[in-house]
Ligand binder design. Structure first.
Ligand code: 0RA
Length: 652
């Protein structure tokens, strides 16, 4: 029987309930289609979906406080002080609006015709999906002086909407426990949630978001908690990203306007580095692949700066053309727009396609930046001088590169001499180990499986790209070696940004350094280089960190490698009856202390090793961290590598 026939055959009430069930059944059958995936990412997406609904209520002007809690049992609470989801009976469905919102796909916005829904998760699927994927779900509504609630399991109501008491204030509280039979993990990460809530606070000035973790009690009996609140929104966001960098101008150019019906918000500043850091958002979603709003921003910026420089006759002596990149060296900016019907394109569906948006952003940036330059001649001159310097340096770099390439062509199999390549040419199964030091590099060469594992030894500390000028980056021997070994050309600046991963020669790039402070520093330098110059490599999840063991514990003929003190204590308990002295412990200070066989079996053999995959969950936050790490302080740097939970996930 088709759905239509079923509806006709049964009474209309039960027919609509069948439809409802089918809707959420689909979510449970193919959860990835609705929330992206069923891994850690999808799990966290559930929280974002609920929070986004509260953000919508805030954007509509009715809420300003959103409290998120991770409960002791791993469930989540999201509470806001908005109007509360309506509970009255909807005549067509003969059900409360609350139940409809929570049991019908996409039902979230349909009562709200007047206001236009601008937020919404990447997939914009609504809270009903969260309900469908929760083993237990409870909605509480505080509205019209009453406190209501309804409970559900795997998307099905297990109670009516009941009044549980009176209420002084209005709002909505959603409680849910993700279904462990759907997700590969149900453990929420505080840092992951915190960085999204922090981002949302910057994107939505004046909304207070808080996060509390009730899973672990601190010694003083309190729980880990943070409040994210930004009064000035994007202008504070760019300052946060640039924390630790030297400012080129002290101002942040903050634009809040509406053009052709599109709300546009942009914050712009410049630092003395050579990196471009522009983050773009549509309806609070980070558009990693950019799109029409980003194009509009770049056009507006280039056109306005160029016109100002020409009008001031600052370009007369310049013999070369200024390229778009030159306007963006040292630029940090955030572009955030709202679009009623966004069209997302691209591989990860994070590229905005709406054409009407381009002109709106271009115009908004042009007008506001134009005024700023007129009113701040000193800052304007500083910016234009930096642009001219960038154009000149780019020209010099191109000449130098042409010289180098003429002398030693890097194309056509010109692999670095230090590279011990693997024999397979199937990039998908190939791995390259970037190894700290020639000596460990030699050991790794002996220990590896040469079929699919290549070794590139790196001498000492590679260049800190955070501080170096762009052409210096390509002067560095170690960095040139990484480029050529990986197979991505060192061609033009354009190439490095739009990195062509089709040419990538290894799909796993493994950083292998000593397990000490120096090793962490080297790993961080390499990661910084990847982040600034080969970001797609990180975005595609190709970068890993090897984890060599810290100890070899021996008792008689029994030997075990240990990666932490817990494992070492367990060995002592098991084989030495708890007596530390009965067990011989060898502490590895560096890779060099292991022989080829040991290095292979502990750190390189896919069957036993643990690789930590480095992923970027939140690029703006990673940017903040990298600029902080590459500053002068050592402590936060070490802490990052030891505890980079936000950016690295374990892939055993
Ligand atoms: C539908 C209609 C109205 C509000 C909401 C939904 C609403 C949903 C959520 C989800 C989390 N917090 C929320 N707060 C409100 C408008 C109701 C009215 O006109 O009063």
């Amino acid at each position: 029987m088709t759905e239509k026939e079923m509806n006709a055959a049964s009474g209309d009430y039960s027919a609509s309930s069948i439809q409802v069930l089918e809707g959420l059944e689909a979510v449970r059958k193919r959860p990835a289609m609705y929330i992206g995936d069923i891994s850690e990412k999808g799990l966290h997406h559930l929280v974002y979906e609920v929070v986004d609904n509260s953000i919508d209520e805030a954007l509509a002007g009715y809420a300003n406080d959103i409290q998120v809690a991770i409960n002791e049992d791993g469930s989540i609470d999201v509470k806001d002080n908005g109007r509360g989801i309506p509970v009255d009976i909807m005549p067509k469905e003969n059900k409360s609006a609350l139940e409809v919102v929570l049991t019908v796909l996409h039902a979230g916005g349909k009562f709200d015709k007047g206001t236009y829904k601008v937020s919404g998760g990447l997939h914009g699927v609504g809270v009903s999906c969260v309900n469908a994927l929760s083993i237990y779900f409870k909605a509480e509504v505080f509205r019209g002086g009453k406190h209501y609630m309804q409970e559900y399991s795997i998307g099905k109501p297990t109670s009516e909407v009941i009044v549980v008491g009176d209420a002084n204030e209005s709002g909505t509280k959603i409680h849910f426990k993700p279904d462990g039979s759907i997700f590969t993990t149900t453990e929420y990460k505080y840092d992951t949630l915190a960085s999204r809530l922090r981002e949302l606070a910057f994107l939505n000035a004046g909304v207070r978001l808080s996060l509390t973790d009730y899973r672990v009690k601190k010694e003083d009996g309190s729980f880990r908690t943070e409040v994210f609140y930004s009064q000035k929104g994007l202008s504070e966001f760019v300052r946060y990203i640039d924390h630790g960098k030297e400012a080129l101008i002290s101002d942040v150019i903050h634009i809040i306007t509406e053009k052709q019906g599109t709300p546009v918000e942009v914050a712009i500043t410049y630092n003395t580095s050579y990196n471009e850091n522009v983050y773009s958002y549509v309806n609070n979603i980070h558009t990693i692949e950019g799109g029409t709003h980003l194009t509009g921003f770049r056009r507006g910026l280039s056109r306005t700066l160029k016109k100002y420089a020409e009008d001031q006759k600052m370009l007369e002596k310049l013999k070369i053309e200024i390229s778009g990149d030159d306007f963006r060296e040292g630029l940090t900016a955030v572009v955030s727009i709202k679009v009623a019907e966004p069209q997302f394109e691209g591989q990860t569906k994070t590229k905005l396609g709406n054409n009407e948006v381009m002109g709106a952003v271009d115009q908004a940036v042009g007008e506001a930046l134009g005024h700023f330059l007129e009113e701040h001649p000193k800052e304007a001159k500083t910016i234009v001088e930096k642009v001219i310097l960038a154009a000149t340096a780019r020209q010099a770099a191109r000449k130098a590169r042409e010289m180098v390439q003429r002398k030693s062509p890097l194309t056509g199999g010109g692999l670095p001499g230090k590279l011990a390549d693997c024999s397979s040419k199937d990039a998908e199964q190939c791995e390259i180990f970037l190894v700290e030091g020639d000596s460990a590099g030699g050991t790794a060469k002996q220990g590896r499986d040469r079929m699919f594992q290549a070794i590139l030894p790196l001498r000492g500390k590679i260049l800190n790209v955070e501080k170096a000028m762009p052409h210096k980056v390509l002067d560095s021997e170690e960095i040139k070696n990484i480029y050529t070994a990986l197979g991505v050309s060192i061609g033009t600046e354009e190439d490095s940004k739009e990195l062509n991963l089709a040419k990538l020669r290894y799909h796993k790039v493994v950083i292998m350094t000593d397990a000490d402070v120096d090793g962490s520093h080297i790993a961080t330098l390499i990661l910084t280089f990847f982040f600034r110059h080969m970001r797609p490599l990180l975005e595609k999840g190709c970068v890993y960190i090897a984890t060599p063991p810290l100890y070899l514990c021996k008792k008689g003929k029994t030997e075990e490698y240990c990666w932490n003190d817990q494992q070492r204590q367990a060995f002592i308990l098991k084989y030495g009856d708890g007596n530390e002295n009965a067990v011989h412990t060898q502490r590895y200070k560096g890779l060099g202390e292991m022989n080829a066989e040991q290095l292979w079996s502990t750190t390189m053999n896919p069957e036993h090793r643990t690789l930590r995959q480095v992923t970027i969950e939140n690029a703006a936050e990673a940017d903040h961290i990298f600029s902080m790490l590459m500053g002068e302080e050592v402590a936060p740097r070490r802490e990052f590598i030891e505890d980079n939970a936000t950016y690295a996930k374990i892939d055993a």
